[in-house]
Structure formats: structure tokens, C-alpha cells
Ligand binder design. Structure first.
Ligand code: NAP
Length: 293
């Protein structure tokens, strides 16, 4: 049976550190503040916003919600991001993505208006460049960073190790491949056209699943000694819960199969997702500290 890599434990440890740093900032007259920019009323955005606000309250970070209609003109959203970038009381800004409706087509252009110093979820080109070069302002996307926080918390060193990252999105797979490379891992970045995924996974020491495909990582694709981080949050309406209710989240790994063989695995839920919102707070506090310096 594999060791469970608990995102809850990682988040609790991060929260302790963040709270301490928040107290130190408040003693210097600074209240770390996160602006939450939401366009439209999409249910998953609203649920995520609520959980961020709860997390912020626990950590001592102030939040401000800025809501525009889904039909807002791109210029209106850009104006808001310019205002937030110039507002000295705001240290970080999260834009709920993907942007809805017609805004989606201009997402990259819109996000780039945000000052990289406040880009706490790595959505600007400047943040991507910082992840790529290891220099400059900006932050990695919180989910990618959450994977590193889990590895650090459990003392899993990836130096010289082979890592298979499944998924090449700008939010998870690509930045994670860069961050792991910076830690001296040898990374294979896999995607839907990758041939021989099973062989690549079996050869890896670390497997990170971020494809959004339930059932993708099966028991015969893993071997003893490996660490598996499952980033994906796949909602299955037919999943039966312990209380008999229906509907729940699973990752890409078939947990019952994979955990029998590997050394360690993060669960879904309670894994990477749980650590991600704590990382968001860490980034806000870091942005506030950087400003102070
Ligand atoms: P995405 O933009 O849809 O990207 C999925 C990636 O997986 C693509 O690169 C795709 O390849 C690849 N892929 C799809 N099917 C594959 C297959 N059969 N074999 C190998 N690769 C395959 O998704 P995302 O935004 O990165 O999110 C991925 C998952 O992570 C989702 O379940 C999402 O809910 C979850 N997520 C979790 C958090 C968190 O905080 N825990 C945050 C963000 C996302 P191509 O490029 O070739 O299409």
C-alpha cells in the first residue's frame, strides 16, 4: 500500500507559515490583499471563489471580489486590471479562467495587462517567462507550484530523477515541466499524441497526471518505488459516495490499482487541489513582502 501524499497536511503546514508572515506584515502596517476578478456567474468559478475566501480568512489575507458580467467588453476588463495593478493596497490578483463568452478569444491579451508583480497565479506572459528563465517578476501557476510543495513537504527530491508529466497545458503541464527541470529532474512532457505512454510512465521515478482523463493511469503503467501526483479533478456524476449520494471527483489514476504498486500517491480529492489554494495565499504574502523590500 502506497504512502498517502496528503494535500491537506501540506496546506496546513503552508497555512501556519503564511499566518506567521501575515502577522509580521500587519505589524508593519501592511494587510496582504488579494483581488478576485470574476466575469459572469459560472458555478465552478463561484465555488472556487468561496473556497479561496475561506482559505484567505484562515490565513489572514484580505480579499476583494470584482465581478463583471460575462458580456463585459474586453476594454472594461482591461481597465479593471489596470486599476488593480495601480492600487497600492492590492498585492495579488486572480482572474478566474477560462474567461467566458467573447472574452475567451482575447484571454491572453487581457491577462497581460495585469502587473506581473501581482500575477499570483501565473497567467501573464511575464510570469511564464519567469518560470522559463528562473528570473524576473511573476509567479508560477499555483497548481504547478502546489506539486513542488507536496514533494518538498514529504522530502521527495527529484534531482537526477526521471519525471513523466502527462498534459502540456500552460496552467499545469508546461510550467511544471520547467519547474522540475530547474530542480534537475529529467522530464518527459507527454500529451494526447504521445506514443508509448505506458513505457514512459514505467521508466519514470515521478509521474504527474494532468490530462483530465479518468482511468488514464492504470496499474500496469506503474512499478514499485514511484511517486505519483494526480493533479486532475474529473467530475463523475455516477460516482457513488459513502453516504449513498451520487457525484464526485476522481483523478486520472485508477487509484485502487496504482496505489497497490507505487511508493507514494496523492489522492483526489484531498491532494494537489487542496494544496493549491494555500499556495495562492503564499504567493499573495510573498508579493506583499517583495513590495515592502
Ligand atoms: P487541458 O488544458 O485540457 O490539458 C489537458 C492536457 O492533457 C493536454 O495537453 C492534452 O494533450 C493532454 N491529454 C489529454 N488526453 C490525453 C491522453 N489520453 N494521454 C496523454 N495526454 C492527454 O487541462 P488542464 O487545464 O491542464 O487541466 C488538467 C486537469 O487538471 C483537469 O482535470 C483539471 O480539472 C485539473 N486541474 C486541477 C487543478 C488543481 O488545482 N488541482 C488546477 C487546474 C487544473 P494535447 O495538448 O495533445 O491536447
Amino acid at each position: 500500500m502506497a504512502k498517502l501524499l496528503s494535500g491537506r497536511e501540506v496546506a496546513a503546514a503552508l497555512e501556519e507559515d503564511i499566518s506567521r508572515r501575515c502577522v509580521a506584515l500587519r505589524e508593519q502596517g501592511i494587510v496582504p490583499k488579494l483581488a478576485l476578478v470574476r466575469c459572469g456567474e459560472r458555478e465552478d468559478d463561484i465555488a472556487y471563489e468561496k473556497s479561496i475566501r475561506r482559505q484567505a480568512a484562515r490565513s489572514g489575507v484580505e480579499t476583494e471580489s470584482c465581478v463583471l458580467p460575462e458580456t463585459a467588453a474586453p476594454e472594461k476588463l482591461k481597465e479593471l486590471l489596470e486599476e488593480l495593478s495601480a492600487n497600492a493596497k492590492v498585492h495579488g490578483c486572480l482572474i478566474f479562467r477560462p474567461l467566458p463568452g467573447a472574452l475567451a478569444a482575447k484571454q491572453r491579451e487581457i491577462c497581460n495587462v495585469l502587473s506581473p508583480e501581482k500575477d499570483v497565479d501565473g497567467c501573464t506572459a511575464a510570469s511564464a517567462a519567469a518560470v522559463y528563465t528562473g528570473e524576473g517578476a511573476g509567479f508560477p501557476p499555483c497548481t504547478a507550484q502546489a506539486c513542488l510543495e507536496i514533494l518538498d513537504y514529504y522530502g521527495i527530491n527529484c534531482r537526477g530523477k526521471r519525471a513523466a508529466v502527462i498534459g502540456r497545458s500552460l496552467v499545469v503541464g508546461k510550467p511544471l515541466a520547467m519547474l522540475l527541470t530547474a530542480r534537475d529532474a529529467t522530464v518527459t512532457l507527454c500529451h494526447s499524441r504521445t506514443e508509448g505512454l505506458g513505457d514512459i510512465c514505467r521508466q519514470a521515478d515521478l509521474i504527474i497526471c494532468a490530462a483530465g482523463r479518468p482511468g488514464l493511469l492504470t496499474g500496469d503503467m506503474v512499478r514499485p518505488g514511484q511517486t505519483v501526483l494526480d493533479v486532475s479533478m474529473n467530475f463523475l456524476p455516477e460516482l457513488e459516495n459513502a453516504d449513498g449520494s451520487l457525484g464526485g471527483f476522481v483523478g486520472d489514476a485508477i487509484y485502487e490499482e496504482v496505489e497497490k504498486t507505487v511508493e507514494a500517491i496523492s489522492p483526489v480529492p484531498g491532494g494537489v487541489g487542496r494544496a493549491t489554494s494555500a499556495v495562492l495565499m503564499k504567493h499573495v504574502v510573498t508579493a506583499a513582502e517583495r513590495r515592502l523590500k
